[in-house]
Write a protein that binds this ligand. Structure first.
Ligand SMILES: [Zn+2]
Length: 387
């Protein structure tokens, strides 16, 4: 092995004793030669394999190897490597902690993890307990070849498992300043297709009814214009730009299958109004919304409504009142409440997340059923529009 100091000495002595042209060449081409010692009988094998993989020279092989184009590492192999790497790091950390058994995911201090979720991530105590519970129960399977078997579980349970392991990855990063666990978790999820059948629904689904009810009760008590805006956002489930759009958009008085671009209203006897919006921009689509009639009228009578200051103020107000809340949370809550009485894809139609075909079908044939489901959903939370 030649040290750097020695190398400099060699270059210096070469420079001193040779012509200027040699010095220039040395400066330009600073590549190193690598040598490998091979038995004569292996040399034939080596040349065959070189040809087999499509290389004309060992230089080509080395170039491809450095550029990560050879060998092609499959995701399976990467997962194996990552588990191994994380394992050895974890064992080192575990040794420092005075605990020497099992693999990196067994050496985690669950209590410390719980504290991280509660105090650093500000999660609810119940969510923290859930995350730890799922992690403890499924860690052996998740980090093994049997992870595939997790696919037989329902999408709801799988989404809880994935959530617990993704958060574990974040905890690992926080604790050991090492993001390889985040990487590992997402690779396992992708490799074993644990996401299959999961969509927006599982991402947006709030499991705890009591939690939802408690927040609703607080939100419904908000007074003044802020209260009105918050209620309208929550009962309509519309996105921010859709709210400002329908506030200023002209209403068409023609109800018989008119196709103009104005808003069309269908007033229902159960105290609800269906607003046909049909506003599309990019991949965001808004077909229609169902809102309590009285609330719609109050919202439309606001002389002025825009992102700034109305939505912005409502947003800061909510955040100051409750650290879990923000303006877009209202749309999430709406979706969750709808899911208590509708099938997820119907709730998706209402939230403007569905395919056009579904939505058109609903807009034409199912609005009555939909407005009934809407009313039933809120009734589950003690809210009745017909009285
Ligand atoms: Zn019209």
């Amino acid at each position: 092995m030649i040290s750097d100091v020695q190398k400099i000495d060699i270059i210096r002595s070469t420079t001193e004793s040779s012509q200027e042209s040699t010095v220039q060449r040395l400066g330009k081409d600073n590549r190193k030669s690598l040598t490998a010692r091979v038995k004569p009988e292996d040399l034939i094998v080596f040349n065959q394999r070189l040809k087999l993989f499509g290389f004309n020279s060992i230089n080509e092989l080395v170039r491809e190897f450095i550029a990560c184009r050879f060998p092609q590492v499959t995701e399976d192999k990467q997962i194996g490597n990552l588990i191994q790497n994380t394992q050895s790091n974890g064992q080192k950390t575990a040794l420092e902690d005075g605990n020497n058994c099992g693999s990196f995911y067994h050496n985690v201090d669950l209590e410390d993890m719980f504290n991280y979720y509660q105090n650093i991530r500000n999660l609810h105590t119940k969510s923290c307990r859930d995350l730890i519970g799922y992690f403890r129960r499924f860690r052996d399977q998740f980090f093994s070849k049997n992870a595939e078997e997790l696919r037989v579980l329902s999408p709801r349970i799988r989404s809880k498992i994935m959530d617990s392991f993704r958060k574990f990855g974040q905890y690992y990063l926080y604790k050991y300043n090492d993001d390889s666990c985040i990487d590992l978790v997402s690779k396992i999820i992708r490799r074993y297709n644990l996401n299959a059948g999961n969509n927006d629904h599982s991402r947006l689904y709030i499991v705890d009814d009591n939690y939802l009810e408690e927040k609703l009760r607080m939100l419904l008590q908000l007074q003044g214009e802020i209260g009105l805006i918050v209620r309208f956002a929550m009962f309509s489930g519309l996105r921010e730009d859709e709210l400002t759009y329908i506030h200023r958009k002209e209403v068409c008085s023609n109800l018989g299958g008119c196709s103009c671009e104005r808003l069309h209203m269908i007033k229902k006897p159960n105290g609800l109004t269906i607003i046909l919006i049909q506003w599309h921009r990019g991949h965001k689509k808004c077909y229609f919304s169902i809102v309590p009639t009285a609330l719609w009228e109050a919202f439309r009578s606001l002389p002025f409504f825009d992102y700034n200051p109305h939505i912005k103020s409502a947003h800061s107000y909510l955040k100051a009142k409750d650290k879990d809340l923000h303006f877009m949370w209202l749309r999430k809550a709406h979706y969750n409440i709808m899911c208590r009485a509708m099938k997820p894809f119907e709730a998706n139609v209402l939230a403007g997340r569905a395919k056009t075909v579904d939505a058109k079908h609903y807009a034409m044939y199912e609005l009555d059923a939909m407005s009934k489901s809407y009313a039933d959903a809120w009734k589950k939370f003690g809210i009745d529009f017909s009285s």
